[in-house]
Design a protein around this ligand. Structure first.
Ligand code: NDP
Length: 482
C-alpha cells in the first residue's frame, strides 16, 4: 500500500484532520499511542472511508509511499520528542515529519536542526480553527525544512480553508520554527481580540445598562462593518444563548479566564525581542487578574465598588464604543506584526507578512474581513514598520481617535476596567510622540549608575557621563545594568 500521509494522534484535532484529508482524496494512515482508539475510530467516525489504521509505528511506516510523510497531532512538548525519537530508526533519508500541534517555536528550531543532520525533513506547522476548522478547512502555517514543502503542499493546501477568492489559507512560512512562531502570534492576537470584545461587552452591560438583546443586536450591526469577524459572530451567538430558565447563559459562567500558555509565550517573546507588545501582554495579565476571583470579591467589598452608569446619549456612546474597539484592534494587529518583523529579522526568516495575513483570512479563530486590508497594506509596502502608517489604517485611527478617547476616559472616570482599550491608545500616543520623557530616565540612570547618555546636540553614538553631584568621578559603568 502506498498511503499519502500518516497522522499520529486521534484526539479531536487528529481525527478531524484525517477525515478532512480523506474527503480531499488523500489516503491516510491513522495511528495513536492508545491503540484501541485506532479501531474505535475506524469502526465509528471513520467507517466507510478509505482511512487505514495501524497498530504500531512499524506497521504505519510500512504503509506509506516514499518520501514518507508523518504528521504528529499529539500533546505538545516532550511527547513530540518521544515520537520523533521512536520514528527516526524507522525512516529513510528524505522522509518528512510534521508537527501540527501547538509547539513552542524554540522546540521546532531545535527539531528542524536535529532531523536535518540525519537527512530527515522536519516541519513545524501551526494549525488553527479548532475542531470545525480541522474538519472542514483550517488555517495551516507550515515552516521548517523547505525541502519538505513540495511534498506536503498539495495535501495542506488541499485541506486548508480558502478565501472568498479561492486562495488557500496555507502557504510556506519560512525556515526553522517560523511556522510555529506565526501560530504563536496568531494565538496572541486571539487573546487580544477576545479581551477587546469582552471589554466592549462590559461597557455595554455595566456603563450603558444594555440588555442582552440590545447587545446582541449591536454586535450584529458591528459585524456588518470593518469589525466583521468570527469572534464577533460567536459573541452574537453567545449573547443570544439562553439557559434552561430562559436567562442568558453567559451570565452564569464564572468570570475567571483559563489559558494554555500561547498568549504568555507571545508576551515573553516580545519582552525578549524588545517590542512594545502592550495590548496582547495586557490581555494575558487581564486573564491572570480574572483568576484572582476571591481577592477581587473581597477587595470590591472593602472598596465599596460601584460603577456609575451613563444615562444620556446612549446611542452615541455605542457608536463611540465601536470606534474604540476598531482602533484598539488595529493597534493589536500592528503590534503583532511588529513582533513578527523583529523575529523575522533576528532569525533570517524573511517572512512574507502579506501571506501571513492571507493565511489568517479564513479557517482560523481570528479570521476576519480586516485581514484582507492588512494583506493589502503589506502587498503595497512589504517592509511596513507599523500597520498604523498604512493610509487605510491611519485614516481609521485618526477618524476613531476622538471617540476612543471619550470611551476610555469615561471608563476611567466611572471605574470600569478596560485595560486593552486604554493601553492601546496610550501606545499610539507614545508611538506618535517625537520626544518622550526617556531623557529623564537616561539622566537618572547616569546619575545613580554612570550609565552615560547620548545628547541631542552631538552625533548619535557618542556617549557622555555627567558629574551630577560635583563629587562624582569620570568613570562610566560598563557592567551594572539598571
Ligand atoms: P491533545 O492535545 O489532547 O492530545 C491528545 C493526543 O496526544 C492523543 O493522541 C494522546 O494519545 C496523545 N498523547 C498525550 N500524551 C501522550 C504521551 N505521554 N505519549 C504519547 N501520546 C500522548 O489533542 P488535541 O487533538 O486537542 O490537540 C493535538 C495538538 O493540536 C496539540 O498540540 C494541541 O495543542 C494542538 N491544537 C489543538 C487545538 C484544539 O482546538 N484542540 C487547536 C489547534 C491546535 P492517547 O490517546 O494515547 O492518550
Amino acid at each position: 500500500m502506498n498511503a499519502d500521509i500518516a497522522v499520529i494522534g486521534l484526539a479531536v484535532m487528529g481525527q478531524n484532520l484525517i477525515l478532512n484529508m480523506n474527503d480531499h482524496g488523500f489516503k491516510v494512515v491513522a495511528y495513536n499511542r492508545t491503540v484501541s482508539k485506532v479501531d474505535q475510530f475506524l469502526e465509528t467516525t471513520a467507517k466507510d472511508t478509505d482511512i487505514v489504521g495501524a497498530h504500531s509505528l512499524e506497521e504505519m511506516v510500512g504503509l506509506l509511499a516514499t518520501p514518507r510523510k508523518i504528521m504528529l497531532m499529539v500533546r505538545a512538548g516532550e511527547v513530540v520528542d518521544r515520537f520523533i525519537d521512536a520514528l527516526i530508526p524507522l525512516l529513510d533519508k528524505g522522509d518528512i515529519i510534521i508537527d501540527g500541534g501547538n509547539s513552542n517555536y524554540v522546540d521546532s528550531n531545535r527539531r528542524v536542526e536535529k532531523l536535518s543532520q540525519l537527512g530527515l525533513h522536519f516541519v513545524g506547522a501551526g494549525v488553527s480553527g479548532g475542531e470545525e476548522g480541522a474538519r472542514f478547512g483550517p488555517s495551516i502555517m507550515p515552516g521548517g525544512d523547505v525541502k519538505a514543502w513540495p511534498h506536503i503542499k498539495p495535501i495542506f493546501q488541499g485541506i486548508s480553508a480558502k478565501t472568498d477568492q479561492g486562495e488557500p489559507c496555507c502557504d510556506w512560512v519560512g525556515n526553522a520554527g517560523s511556522g510555529h512562531f506565526v501560530k504563536m502570534i496568531h494565538n496572541g492576537i486571539e487573546y487580544g481580540d477576545m479581551q477587546l470584545i469582552s471589554e466592549a461587552y462590559h461597557f455595554m452591560k455595566e456603563a450603558l445598562l444594555m440588555s442582552h438583546e440590545e447587545m446582541e443586536a449591536t454586535f450584529k450591526k458591528w459585524n456588518e462593518t470593518e469589525l466583521n469577524s468570527y469572534l464577533v459572530e460567536i459573541t452574537i451567538d453567545i449573547l443570544a444563548f439562553k439557559d434552561t430558565d430562559g436567562q442568558p447563559i453567559v451570565e452564569k459562567i464564572m468570570d475567571t479566564a483559563g489559558q494554555k500558555g500561547t498568549g504568555k509565550w507571545t508576551g515573553i517573546n516580545a519582552l525578549d525581542l524588545g517590542i512594545p507588545l502592550t495590548l496582547i501582554t495586557e490581555s494575558v495579565f487581564a486573564r491572570y487578574l480574572s483568576s484572582l476571583k476571591q481577592q477581587r470579591v473581597d477587595a470590591s467589598n472593602l472598596f465599596n465598588k460601584s460603577i456609575t452608569p451613563i444615562t444620556e446619549n446612549k446611542e452615541q456612546w455605542v457608536e463611540a464604543l465601536r470606534d474604540a474597539l476598531l482602533a484598539s484592534k488595529i493597534i493589536s494587529y500592528a503590534q503583532g506584526f511588529m513582533l513578527m518583523k523583529q523575529a523575522s529579522e533576528d532569525n533570517n526568516w524573511e517572512l512574507n507578512y502579506g501571506n501571513v495575513a492571507l493565511m489568517w483570512r479564513g479557517g482560523c479563530i481570528i479570521r476576519s474581513a480586516f485581514l484582507g486590508n492588512i494583506r493589502d497594506a503589506f502587498v503595497a509596502e512589504p517592509e511596513l514598520t507599523f500597520l498604523g502608517l498604512d493610509s487605510y489604517f491611519k485614516t481609521i485611527l485618526q477618524r476613531c481617535s476622538p471617540a476612543w478617547r471619550d470611551v476610555t476616559s469615561k471608563s476611567l472616570q466611572i471605574g470600569l476596567p478596560m485595560p486593552c482599550m486604554t493601553s492601546s491608545l496610550t501606545f499610539l500616543d507614545g508611538y506618535t510622540t517625537a520626544r518622550l520623557p526617556a531623557n529623564m530616565i537616561q539622566a537618572q540612570r547616569d546619575y545613580f549608575g554612570a550609565h552615560t547618555f547620548e545628547r541631542v546636540d552631538t552625533p548619535a553614538g557618542e556617549f557622555f557621563h555627567n558629574d551630577w553631584t560635583g563629587h562624582g568621578g569620570n568613570v562610566s559603568s560598563t557592567t551594572y545594568d539598571a
